[in-house]
Design a protein around this ligand. Structure first.
Ligand SMILES: Cc1cc2nc3c(=O)[nH]c(=O)nc-3n(C[C@H](O)[C@H](O)[C@H](O)COP(=O)(O)OP(=O)(O)OC[C@H]3O[C@@H](n4cnc5c(N)ncnc54)[C@H](O)[C@@H]3O)c2cc1C
Length: 406
């Protein structure tokens, strides 16, 4: 039996918010559901923004998460282009940008995150990629011969580089660390990624922190690096990670620390309020305090947060094995678990030089993660091994045996 909540307000009309709304109905919630979102578009998917949406002729409609009839069918009161500006947890009201307020019995915080900028950069027109409007604006500036500088060699930067390269754009990736992806992955993976991009004609400046960016969209840009050298570009896209959208919670009593702080059941520090998706930092039973910025997590956590709102302690802790994928050129890169830059890494299948392999990451003999390039079935197996908390030795032996048998 679940709690009878007259009204649940979900703030953030994107992946986690949509998953939360659907799970409410799935669990038999018959009360009102209000979904508040500050974007003007119907809920849409973000992964295509750095992939298909940067291709000529792309349409936002192809990224819509649900049909136009979705909200009516589930009897959801969806409010686009409306920001939540304050959460009053005493009177249980969400205050909206149009001056109105919505009372709630339960609230879901699903406000995601926004791109980090270069502090103090003296340039207008620096681009980031988080929204459909960002993608359309960037798409329309990409053409053969345009010089694009991507600052940041993480997944988003690498995907923008790959898609732009496919359109004949001259791409330079500038990364402060010694190789791409090296904040969270062992060096072997960064080296493979670097080679993948170089083979496709992308220029790479690694170990090159940006000191200053000057210029504008009209005049072009100069990017000064810490060693004093200067790179020129027509367009600059920043892929420097994200900041959770929590400012609107100031004064609400909701604990915030690089994300909304939640317990293992996605409950915030204030009763009746849960959080999910990129904005949520929760106490993962296995990994401790984490915030995960991946698609699959937003969907699963949106649903888990709502179950916790409805069923309280009767729900299981939210303890997924994280999963993220990235598409670059013809490569499907998949990561399960939580790798670290200083993990031990062992290739268990295939050949990194052919961009087709699977590797295990481990710390003190325990499996921490699996990373695969174009090896979809293996990644599923590794995920199960991680869920079972397998040792590196056992996991390697098992995968070797399967490889030999295949
Ligand atoms: C370009 C791009 C490519 C990606 N590719 C992949 C991929 O290949 N694989 C993968 O696993 N993950 C990928 N991701 C990550 C994945 O898309 C995110 O993890 C996911 O979108 C998180 O969903 P969310 O609902 O938590 O947050 P978001 O999608 O950020 O949605 C939050 C929503 O809340 C709105 N909002 C914020 N503040 C307020 C407010 N005060 N009031 C009302 N509304 C508010 C925001 O505008 C936004 O619409 C990608 C992300 C991006 C940006």
């Amino acid at each position: 039996m679940h709690a009878e909540l007259a009204t649940v307000v979900i703030v953030g009309a994107s992946l986690a918010g949509v998953a939360a709304a659907e799970e409410l109905r799935e669990c038999g919630h018959e009360g009102e559901i209000v979904v508040v979102g500050d974007e003007r578009h119907p809920p849409y998917d973000r992964p295509p923004l750095s992939k298909q949406m940067l291709l000529a002729g792309s349409r936002i409609a192809d990224c819509h998460l649900r049909s136009a009839a979705w909200a009516d069918e589930l009897q959801i009161d969806i409010r686009p282009a409306t920001a939540a500006v304050r959460l009053d947890t005493r009177s249980r009201q969400v205050i909206l940008s149009d001056g109105s307020a919505v009372g709630y019995d339960g609230a879901v915080i699903a406000t995601g995150a926004r791109p980090r900028m270069i502090p103090g950069a003296d340039a207008s027109g620096l681009r980031t990629l988080r929204t459909a409007d960002d993608a359309i604006a960037l798409r329309d500036r990409l053409s053969a011969g345009t010089r694009l500088a991507v600052v940041g060699g993480g997944f988003i930067g690498a995907e923008v580089a790959a898609t732009a390269r496919g359109r004949g754009v001259e791409v330079l990736v500038i990364e402060a660390l010694p190789r791409p992806l090296s904040r969270v992955m062992p060096p072997l993976i960064g080296d493979v990624c670097a080679r993948l991009h170089e083979e496709h004609g992308v220029g790479l400046r690694c170990g090159a922190p940006v000191a200053a960016v000057r210029g504008s969209d009209e005049a072009g840009f100069e990017i000064e690096l810490a060693d004093g050298s200067v790179e020129a570009a027509d367009l600059v896209v920043l892929g420097l990670g994200v900041i959770p959208n929590t400012e609107w919670l100031a004064g609400s009593g909701i604990a915030v620390d690089d994300g909304v702080v939640c317990d293992a059941h996605c409950r915030t520090s204030v009763p009746g309020v849960v959080a999910a998706g990129d904005v949520a930092r929760w106490s993962h039973p296995r990994y401790g305090s984490v915030r995960v910025e991946h698609w699959e997590n937003a969907v699963a956590q949106g649903a888990a947060a709502v179950r916790s709102l409805l069923f309280g302690d009767d729900t299981a802790p939210f303890d997924p094995v994280p999963y993220v994928w990235s598409d670059q050129y013809a490569c499907k890169i998949q990561v399960v678990g939580r790798p670290s830059a200083d993990d031990e890494i062992v290739v268990v299948e295939g050949d990194p030089s052919a961009f087709r392999f699977a590797a295990l990451c481990a710390r003190e003999g325990r499996l921490t993660a699996g990373i695969a390039f174009n090896r979809r079935s293996t990644i599923r197996r590794i995920r199960q091994l991680l869920a079972d908390d397998t040792s590196l030795a056992t996991a390697s032996e098992l995968l070797n045996r399967l490889e030999t048998a295949a």
